[in-house]
Design a protein around this ligand. Structure first.
Ligand SMILES: Cc1ncc(COP(=O)(O)O)c(C=O)c1O
Length: 359
């Protein structure tokens, strides 16, 4: 068997240990005589898996007791619509910070339901920075303030949780959840698809403060209504049971490694050495302002774009997969989520140096 280093932005690498455990348990889950895929979501065995999943997530992210954890479908994209549908509570306005492609998509969707006040935007500098908090113009009669802590495409990450001027703060943590410690009590709601830091695609985790659950418009379909999903333990319809199980295995792997604090140290080490290699080179360049560079998604451009295809082809030949940047920004992007081992980053740095030497 040969495994490559997969730098894809998501779905992305999974820990080998997790895949091996899933293979081990595939046909007969712990003496049950069946695969998790074959279990009823209402049965005793799967209920135990679901309870463990929630308990492990709560413990890892230190989610306070007054927050509910949901495991939903539809990705973060569904949340772009569910958030206004559930949180407006009769208000006509919501406030959004625009720091890149994913903020933009959230804003576009929210506009179907309310007026959007864009409190700040870094569009003018091509989303390579985060507007200074002092310059944000937050509409204080907005129902909430939404932002994207890590912009997966532009490689821009908030290093601190912004002050929301008293509004409920909502965060799309799709590409940096569980990669760094966060104080959940600062948020009204946070959400993330699982396909980057938590497992395969198909599950969306939503953490929502209890007192916000009664704000949904009554016409919101039941499966899109947070309160209804809370009441039904995220099983208002049949959940993607096998994916829940796989996410659970990833959380247990994280816990064994020392939890989020240990993972954050690893992530800092990986990102630091990759940025150092980029900064020290004359071929590669990262356009993002240093203080908001992402630890998860590292975009870089080659000084001579005619070398792009050779760079990518030789990278693939060296077992370094999916380094092509998003089509909207071009260049390269290395996504180095939790499951990317430090050795993968070392292999990339070594390859980049060798490519620079020979070109
Ligand atoms: C920050 C961010 N938000 C939202 C999404 C969309 O997620 P999904 O495809 O799960 O709806 C992505 C996916 O890459 C993302 O990186």
């Amino acid at each position: 068997m040969s495994r490559i280093y997969n730098f894809s932005a998501g779905p992305s690498m999974l820990p080998l240990e997790v895949l091996e455990q899933a293979r081990e348990e595939l046909l007969d889950w712990r003496g049950s005589g069946m695969s998790v895929m074959e279990m009823s979501h209402r049965g005793k065995q799967f209920s135990a898996i679901a309870e463990q999943l929630e308990a492990d997530f709560r413990k890892l992210l230190a989610v306070p007791d007054n927050y509910r954890i949901l495991f939903l479908q539809g990705g973060a994209t569904a949340q772009f619509a569910m958030i206004p549908q559930n949180l407006l509570g009769g208000r006509s306005k919501a406030s959004y910070v625009n720091t890149g492609a994913w903020s933009g998509k959230a804003i576009k969707e929210a506009k179907k339901y309310c007026q959007v006040n864009v409190a700040a935007s870094s569009a003018e500098d091509n989303f390579t920075s985060i507007p200074d908090r002092a310059e944000w113009r937050i509409d204080t009669d907005a129902a909430y303030l939404h932002y994207t802590p890590n912009e997966t495409i532009h490689g821009v990450e908030f290093q601190d949780i912004p002050d929301a001027a008293g509004l409920p703060l909502v965060a799309d943590m799709s590409s940096n959840i569980l990669s760094r410690e966060v104080d959940v009590s600062r948020f009204a709601l946070l959400y993330a698809g699982t396909q980057k830091n938590m497992g395969p695609a198909g599950v969306t985790v939503v953490v929502v403060r209890e007192d916000l659950l009664d704000n949904a418009d009554q016409r919101v379909p039941s499966v899109f209504n947070y309160a209804q999903q809370v009441k039904n333990g995220s099983m208002l319809n049949t959940p993607p049971t096998y994916n829940w199980y796989l996410v659970g295995l990833v959380l247990q792997w994280l816990e064994r490694l020392g939890g989020i604090a240990a993972m954050e140290r690893r992530n800092i080490a990986k990102a630091d050495k990759l940025y150092q290699a980029i900064d020290a080179s004359s071929l590669y360049h990262n356009p993002v302002q240093r203080q908001c560079r992402s630890r998860m998604n590292v975009p870089f451009i080659l000084a001579d774009a005619s070398l792009d295809s050779a760079f990518l082809a030789q990278a693939e030949a060296n077992g370094l997969h999916a380094l092509k940047g998003h089509r909207s920004v071009g260049g390269m992007r290395a996504s180095i989520y939790n499951a990317m081992p430090e050795e993968g980053v070392d292999a990339l740095i070594q390859y980049m140096a060798e490519f620079e030497r020979t070109h």
